[in-house]
Design a protein around this ligand. Sequence first.
Ligand code: SF4
Length: 115
Amino acid sequence: MERNITCIICPRGCSLTVTVDGENTKVIGHSCPKGEKYGIDECVNPVRTVTSIVRVTNREDTMVSVKTADPIPKAEIFDLMKLIRETTVEAPVKIGDIIIENVYGTNVIATKDIK
Ligand code: SF4
């Protein structure tokens, strides 16, 4: 399998060609080691940081923005979004508070203060 992707690690935006052949993965077009790692990860085990919102039950029409503290596997995003939709919190909430603990190897944390 060969994929052409753009490295998004820095603004230079190098065009990468990644070839996956069984256990062997080869990247060309990168200008630095970070780009090579990005190309391999994106084709072998793509991950994303998930951002969303969670309802605050004791504040009318209030949501708190949240994100995963670390990127999670792309394949797990749908299930995590379902869990986030089912989650509620009570104010006060501080930036960095853990809203959902230990999901897919990380935590979902608040990115906004709710007083
Ligand atoms: S390969 Fe390196 S220089 Fe090119 S966009 Fe990626 S991080 Fe930037």
